[in-house]
Every structure is written in C-alpha cells, then in structure tokens.
Design a protein around this ligand. Structure first.
Ligand SMILES: *[C@@H]1O[C@H](CO)[C@@H](O)[C@H](O)[C@H]1NC(C)=O
Ligand SMILES: *[C@@H]1O[C@H](CO)[C@@H](O)[C@H](O)[C@H]1NC(C)=O
Ligand SMILES: *[C@@H]1O[C@H](CO)[C@@H](O)[C@H](O)[C@H]1NC(C)=O
Ligand SMILES: *[C@@H]1O[C@H](CO)[C@@H](O)[C@H](O)[C@H]1NC(C)=O
Length: 448
C-alpha cells in the first residue's frame, strides 16, 4: 500500500518535471493553507489528528513552497517518522522532502548519528533509508543527507559523566518560500522543540515558530555550515558557543558552551542563569506608571540543572512570580526550586494519563513578562535547549530569544495555561513521583 503511494508520487513528480520544468507545488499541496510567520504553532497531543500534527503541517507547508533552484537545510535529532500515507492533516515530511528535491530544490540534511537509550535515531530509520538514495551522501554535492558520527554531536564531542554528546537540533532554513498568492519570503528559519516522530505529535506538547530576519537567518546558516564542518573533525569544538546580536528580535544561541572552571554546574557560564540575572522582579510600568512584578513561566521537558533551579528560587524570593511545568527533574533541582523562603511558586510535573497514552510536555520554552535589563518588552526563549547539563555542555543545540509582546501573548494564552492545567489535572501523585530522577540518573537520562 505505502509503496504504491510512493511510486505514484515519483511518477507524478517526474512527469511534471519532464513537461513543465519549474513546478512549484503539485495537486493537493497547492490547496493547503500557507505556513504562518512570526506566530507560534502548537500541537495538541490530546486533540484531533490535525491538532496533533499542527507542527508537521507548518513544516510541510514550508517545504512545499520552496521553488526549484532554492535550498533547504535542516538538522534534526530523531528524524524517525515511520512511513505512512501523506495527507493534509498528517503530512509525511519525508515525502515532501523527496518531492521538493525532485522539482529541483537543493535539500541538505544533517542528523545525529546514534542516540543512546532507544538507539532509534540513526541510519536504520525509514526517513534516512529513503532519503539516502534520493539525496546522496556527498558533502560537496548540492543535496545530501549526512550523519554526525556515532556517540557524539557534529560539534560537541566530549562525554559528560556517562552521557555522550549528541546533535539535538530541530531546525530548518529555506532560502526562499513562495506563498499561495505569489508573495515571496526570503531567508526563512523554522525552529521547533519537537523531533520528527509520531510520539512528538500524538503524545507530547511541542511548539515551533517560523520567521524571516536577515541577521538571525545568517546565524543559522553559519551554524549549519559549522555542524557540517565539525562533523568530520576529530576534536569537534566543545567550547563552540555563539550568540547573535541583542538588537535582533530573534537573538540566536548555539551550543555547546563550555564551563571555565572545570565544574559543569558553573552558574556564570549557564546561559539561562545569565538571562535570569538580567531580570528585575519589581518595576514601575513604563506605560502605566504603576508598580508590577515580573512573571516567569517555563514549560520544559528536562529541568535538571541545579543552577537554573536555584536562580529561579532566588527570583521568587526577590518578588518574581515563577510557574514551572516539567516532564523530568532531578532531586537537587527540585530541592532548589522548593527553597523559596515561604513564598509561593508554581511547580507542575507533567506525566498525564490520557486514554492509553502518557502525555508529557516536550516543549522547552521560558516566557518572561516584566522588566529585563533596561526594557519591558515581553520575551520568549524557545528551541531545542532543555535545562539539563548536557544541553548546555556537550550537545549541539539552538535556542532563540524572541522579543515580541504578541508572540509572548500567544505562548501564554494559547499554550502555557492549557499545558499547565492539563498536566496538573491529569498527573497523579504516583506519576509525579516518577518524574524526579536521582542526580546520576538525570545525567544518564539526558541523552535518551
Ligand atoms: C543504529 O542503532 C542500532 C541500534 O542501537 C545500532 O545497532 C546501529 O549500529 C546504529 N547504526 C548507526 C549507523 O549508528
Ligand atoms: C491506543 O488507543 C487508540 C484509540 O484510542 C488505538 O488506536 C491505539 O491502537 C491504542 N494503542 C495501544 C498501544 O494500545
Ligand atoms: C484532563 O484530562 C481529561 C481527559 O482525560 C480532559 O478531558 C481534561 O480536560 C483534562 N483536564 C484539564 C484541566 O485539562
Ligand atoms: C531533551 O530533549 C530531548 C527531546 O527533544 C530528549 O530526548 C532528551 O532526553 C532531553 N535531554 C536533554 C537534552 O538533556
């Protein structure tokens, strides 16, 4: 069945190419709505199939609209979508990439070589098996699919405790996207918290955003180039850390970042602690002149970094409101979060029973609404970066700071409350207990 569908795609695509030349989008895809820009996309694992696959739809709609001669670059952890029929509600990303390539798009993909744990994200997965003969593996060709070496990232190489480095990225760039009405977007970045497996859609909460900004786009292109460059370097670069310009609306952060004192837990080189150091908990509103408190809200797959937890607790003592949702934490991090001198803090673990599934929060975002440095523009920090040690110290990761009050509003009102309330209502005390790992187990868990 699946094979027949695929052959049909191939025949259609080559027939169109043979006749027409510049085929932008074919048949069904042309009728699909445009992707959205500057607006976050959230999936709902407890919703309909279309709601579960909302992030896949956004990604597919971007891929479909890249014209011949243009270039897609993507780097992903766990690109392990099984083969299924490509539909509008549940797009098959592998099929869309193959169609893009057959109409003349350069498609360049870098994946992690092998993840410990389930060992599932590597050359044995259907997307890789299908894309390899299509795109080839020549570094110098205009299209390729390449793997980072086993048991390391493309850039990050060192082990942290028992945890190997890994390429944890989840982004795509496109040189050009043409919308249904012919409008052109150049320099497009798509950043997600989700991997490309069905679990990420039907069992986990994720988020993604797509934007165009020349400077941050250029930073992603440079990062992709470096991932490819270091892939074959025997040393990698464990001290890679690159940060975009603060003036950018989408300020980029690329990891791994090395500590300077031999201590993985060093706070001064922890990017999230650095961000929180700039927060003022009470402030006078620039527009209303009234006193306010700063609100910090987090949805995080893994919140195991003690330095981050301690900093959040200190901010609570300083008068900030902090509300945290996580799927995994560690004993030390949870102890630190609880040390708020009798003030209140929101702590919700997400291990929510729903039918025959256990829904978790796989997003990795932080919302800051209040005073930050010398401005009061709300911010969202999102991307692939867990608040875990490996995400900071040895994994290849990207995180972007979006300074934009409407984006912040969308995260808060279309996602944060919903995820928090769903998780809180549906996570039993017994299930919550399983989200707290010992410190040693938290480190091992990191690369799963
Ligand atoms: C993929 O994972 C399997 C299972 O862990 C392993 O046996 C195989 O060697 C891996 N392949 C690559 C190319 O990493
Ligand atoms: C879970 O339930 C759905 C229907 O709600 C069903 O399609 C699916 O096969 C079930 N999965 C398992 C593992 O039982
Ligand atoms: C808890 O889960 C149930 C389904 O099991 C759902 O209907 C309900 O809305 C959830 N609670 C909240 C507050 O989201
Ligand atoms: C972080 O997130 C990924 C999923 O995107 C998860 O598989 C991994 O275990 C987590 N741990 C890290 C990076 O610390």
């Amino acid at each position: 069945m699946k094979r027949a569908v695929r052959i049909l795609f191939a025949a259609t695509a080559s027939a169109l190419l043979a006749v027409g030349g510049a085929v932008v989008a074919t048949g069904a895809e042309a009728a699909e709505p445009d992707p959205v820009f500057g607006v976050p996309v959230f999936n709902d694992p407890a919703g309909s199939e279309a709601a579960q696959y909302a992030i896949f739809q956004q990604l597919a709609r971007l891929i479909d609209r890249v014209p011949a001669g243009e270039t897609i670059e993507m780097s992903w952890f766990e690109f392990k979508t099984p083969d299924y029929s490509d539909t509008t509600a549940r797009p098959a990303i592998t099929d869309r990439l193959i169609k893009a390539h057959r109409r003349g798009v350069n498609v360049r993909i870098l994946l992690d070589g092998q993840v410990a744990g389930d060992g599932s994200s590597n050359a044995t997965q259907p997307p890789y098996l299908r894309l390899k003969p299509e795109l080839g593996t020549s570094e110098t060709a205009s299209s390729y699919i390449l793997l980072c070496a086993k048991n390391r990232g493309c850039i990050g190489k060192r082990k942290i405790g028992d945890a190997d480095a890994y390429n944890h990225n989840k982004f795509l760039t496109a040189t050009k996207v043409v919308l249904n009405n012919g409008a052109v977007k150049t320099g497009v970045v798509f950043q997600s918290s989700g991997n490309l497996g069905t679990w990420d859609a039907d069992t986990a909460y994720n988020n993604a955003i797509t934007w165009t900004e020349a400077s941050s786009y250029a930073n992603y292109k440079a990062y992709f180039k470096d991932l490819k460059k270091y892939r074959t370097s025997s040393t990698g670069d464990d001290n890679y850390y690159r940060v975009g310009a603060s003036a950018d609306q989408y300020k980029t952060h690329f990891f791994p970042r090395k500590e300077t004192n031999g201590d993985y837990n060093q706070a001064s080189t922890d990017t999230i602690v650095n961000v929180l150091d700039s927060v003022k908990c009470s402030y006078v509103g620039q527009t209303d002149g009234d006193p306010h408190q700063t609100d910090i809200r987090i949805v995080m797959w893994a919140l195991t970094r003690t330095a981050v937890a301690k900093k959040l607790a200190d901010l609570v003592k300083d008068g900030c409101w902090v509300d945290v949702v996580y799927s995994v934490t560690s004993t030390s991090a949870l102890d630190a979060l609880g040390n708020v001198g009798g003030r209140s803090i929101g702590i919700t673990s997400c291990e929510a029973r729903y039918g025959n599934r256990t829904i978790k929060a796989h997003s990795k975002y932080m919302l800051i609404d209040g005073a930050y440095d010398d401005d009061q523009i709300p911010r969202v920090f999102m991307g692939s970066h867990n608040y875990s040690l490996t995400a900071l110290r040895n994994a290849d990761e990207s995180m972007v700071r979006i300074r934009d009050s409407s984006v912040h509003e969308a995260y808060l009102h279309s996602n944060f409350y919903k995820v928090r309330d769903f998780c809180r209502a549906n996570t039993t005390a017994a299930a919550a207990a399983t989200t707290v790992l010992s410190d040693a187990a938290a480190l091992r868990f990191d690369e799963g």
